[in-house]
Design a protein around this ligand. Structure first.
Ligand code: ATP
Ligand code: MG
Length: 409
């Protein structure tokens, strides 16, 4: 991260979020959840104090040397629009001006600037205009920058509230979105390929609390996909907080599908069973939706007809955040999130025993259902569910001892 600011002796982080659409009780719920998520992310950095204050949050009591790490963590807390590092000073014009000059001096070269001043209460012996004038003059003198109020290179923010002054330059972009946990819970079908980690991240960003479910075909295929799903879960936990991953040995269902149904419906039937099993896990978890990494037309199983034939097996909504994205857009996002390098690690993919030679691209639902009727669906689902294992993946910043055991659901 490039750092264009000095870290003051008593740093205060100013966290902004978008408030559009947040009204009344909904806003309070959103803010309380965001505060909890921020507190959790910063707890192992001396548990700084997080306070909600008029549509933003202030983090106080942090040691200056912890600030870079705090910024890195906060850039993964969904709901934050911007993060700034402020100096906290006495609410006097000379003190505000001195703090602004200290920050402006270390700023990379620029030509123009503007002071954005706010005064919460009216009882100070100066107005917002006074702040703008005094701080502006001091910064101009110290840097040679010109004032440009409409499109400045640099913005110097000065906020005076509750007998304190906050001064900061610039804002670091947060990840946006909504705080994890504000949108309810969902189960994500998590393959460890390129798409599903991106799909999962996108739904976390919309505030969903997510539970990952990975299906593997051992011993017909190697353990690589399972290990990849674990590494990806570790990575996504940094954005989400503790993250459940359920590992599902799927081979028994696959073998029944191979033995008793036409080859061309195999992929669709695998997916139908995955949805049913994921839904059973979701019900146990009080989750109300499923997430997949499907993208329209990307592969044969993702035509409109096939998506419909697959979704028919689910009763919960199936969220497909990548449905309208190109492969390249998904790859670009995987790079930004950091999942790309793990997703492309080699794994057994097209096992000739399990994958069909011919794939139906326009499956008719009644034919798929008829093919499936050769199977005892309930018994197969139950047999698979009897073998699942759930583990919890903790963020790298986790602050409490991590239990070592793997628990079964
Ligand atoms: P991905 O890149 O996510 O692996 P894909 O391009 O390989 O997707 P498909 O194999 O058709 O596409 O899978 C579509 C979706 O079905 C995946 O995005 C994922 O949500 C789910 N899925 C497929 N295989 C698995 C698996 N082994 N475990 C969990 N979910 C899976
Ligand atoms: Mg895949």
């Amino acid at each position: 991260m490039t750092q264009d600011f000095v870290i003051p002796e008593r740093p205060v982080l100013v966290l902004h979020y978008h408030e559009i659409g947040l009204k009344g009780g909904n806003r309070d719920f959103f803010e309380r959840r965001l505060k909890r998520n921020v507190e959790a992310a910063l707890r192992s950095l001396g548990a700084p104090n997080v306070k909600r204050l008029r549509g933003r949050m202030l983090v106080r009591g942090m040691r200056p040397e912890h600030v870079p790490e705090a910024l890195a963590r906060l850039q993964k807390v969904f709901g934050l629009a911007t993060i700034s590092v402020a100096a906290e000073v006495e609410p006097t014009l000379p003190a505000l001006a001195a703090a602004a000059v200290a920050q402006a001096r270390v700023h990379p070269p620029a030509e123009t600037f503007a002071v954005r001043a706010k005064r919460a209460e009216k009882h100070y012996p100066f107005t917002s205009q006074d702040i703008g004038r005094e701080v502006g003059a001091a910064v101009a003198e110290a840097t040679g920058w010109r004032v440009d109020l409409s499109s400045p290179d640099v913005e110097v923010f000065v906020e005076v509230a509750q007998q304190r002054g906050l001064v900061y330059i610039g804002k670091i972009r947060g990840p946006g979105g909504l705080p994890v946990g504000t949108a309810g819970r969902a189960v994500s079908l998590f393959s460890a390929g390129l798409d599903s980690p991106v799909a999962t991240w996108r739904m976390m960003k919309r505030g969903l609390h997510v539970h990952l479910v990975h299906f593997h075909s051992q011993p017909f295929m190697d353990r690589a996909s399972e290990e990849k799903s674990r590494r990806l879960a570790d990575l996504l936990a940094d954005w989400h907080g503790p993250l459940k991953l359920t590992i599902v040995p799927f081979i028994e269902a696959q073998q029944a599908i191979i033995a008793y149904t036409p080859e061309k419906f195999r992929t669709i039937l695998y997916r139908r069973f995955m949805l049913r099993i994921a839904e059973a896990i979701a019900r146990e978890d009080k989750a109300k939706a499923l997430i997949t990494g499907e993208s329209l037309g990307q592969v044969a199983s993702q035509t409109l007809e096939n998506l419909a034939a697959i979704e028919d097996a689910a009763t919960m909504p199936v969220l497909r955040p990548l449905i309208g994205m190109d492969k390249q857009e998904i790859i670009d996002e995987a790079h930004r999130i950091g999942t790309f390098d793990i997703s492309i690690l080699p794994q057994d993919d097209a096992c000739t025993l399990l994958e069909p030679k011919r794939v139906e691209t326009r499956a008719k639902l009644h034919e798929v259902r008829r093919a499936e009727s050769a199977l005892d669906v309930q018994a197969l689902v139950a047999a698979v569910l009897a073998q699942i294992q759930t583990e919890v993946h903790y963020p790298s910043w986790w602050h409490e001892p991590v239990p070592q055991d793997t628990t079964t659901m």
